[in-house]
Structures are given as structure tokens and as C-alpha cells.
Design a protein around this ligand. Structure first.
Ligand code: ZN
Length: 163
């Protein structure tokens, strides 16, 4: 009579959900239980760490698989080589990525190498940070920021991962 077992945790609508997290290496969409996000989950297909705390480098092809389905917030930095403030912000972006390792994915898009993405999102100045969930824009901000400000901005707009 297994079905009579009162398993309220599984039935409760607020039970921890599985979140889709795309692998930065092979683009496979993995489903990760929310409570396991902090346990260094690995890609079920290629074994790469899904949440390594490092910004992923996205081109136009990778963008769709990485950002489009991710139910973890994805913070994208639009930048370019020639942009001094972009280069100055890079270490802060990496620190914020490490700090928010289990609650958001960080990614970089080289605006010169991905003009289609810049046009699609109407990027007019760089650096511009955008945060997405499941492919939908939650917020954007232009101008260089320090790591503390990036973390605070992401938390304010993306919220906790299970929200
Ligand atoms: Zn993979």
C-alpha cells in the first residue's frame, strides 16, 4: 500500500523543485534538485561541473542553449576587448560569479563576436549586464560595477534560486 504512505513533502506545492541548468561544455539541459545546487552538481552527459563558479564564454549558438532554458538566473556580461571599463570589471565579475556559484550562472558575451545578440537585446553601451531566467530578461544595467554591487544587483533582481 505504498500509495497510502503520507509523503507530504513530495505533495506540497512548495517542495524543492528541479531546476533546469544547461551544461556550459556540452549544452545538455540537466535537471538539478534545488537542494543540491550547492553540492557541485555535474553534467549527466559529459561530467563537467554545472556550477563551477566561473563565467561561461558564450557565442551566439551557445547563448540559446545556455540562457534559453536555464531556470537558474543567468547573468550575462556584454563586453569587448577595446572597452577599458569592461576589462576593469572582469575580475569583479569573476568574484561575483564565484560568490553566487550555487544561485546564479554567469556568462560573458563578446559584443563584437556576437553582433546578432547585441542587436537582439538592443545593447547600446558596454559593459551591460543582463540577468535572465528561462530566457526572459529580468533586468539590465550599464556601466562598470564592483563585485559587491554586482552581487547586490543580482540578488535584488533574480532573488533566491528557488523563488
Ligand atoms: Zn555536459
Amino acid at each position: 500500500m505504498r500509495h497510502l504512505r503520507p509523503d507530504f513533502h513530495e505533495m506540497a506545492p512548495e517542495a524543492p523543485a528541479k531546476l533546469v541548468v544547461a551544461c556550459a561544455r556540452c549544452a545538455t539541459a540537466n535537471r538539478v534538485p534545488a537542494e543540491r545546487l550547492a553540492d557541485d552538481p555535474k553534467c549527466g552527459k559529459c561530467g563537467a561541473p554545472l556550477l563551477d563558479g566561473k563565467p561561461a564564454v558564450l557565442d551566439e549558438q551557445k547563448f540559446e542553449s545556455f540562457v534559453g532554458r536555464s531556470e537558474l538566473p543567468v547573468v550575462v556580461d556584454f563586453w569587448a576587448e577595446w572597452c577599458g571599463p569592461c576589462r576593469a570589471m572582469a575580475p569583479a565579475f569573476e568574484r561575483a560569479a564565484a560568490e553566487l556559484k550555487a544561485s546564479a550562472r554567469f556568462a560573458k558575451v563578446n559584443a563584437d563576436a556576437a553582433p546578432g545578440l547585441s542587436a537582439r537585446f538592443g545593447i547600446r553601451s558596454i559593459p551591460t549586464l543582463m540577468v535572465f531566467r528561462a530566457g526572459k530578461e529580468l533586468a539590465r544595467i550599464s556601466g562598470a560595477m564592483d563585485a559587491r554591487s554586482i552581487v547586490r544587483w543580482v540578488a535584488a533582481h533574480a532573488g533566491p534560486p528557488s523563488a
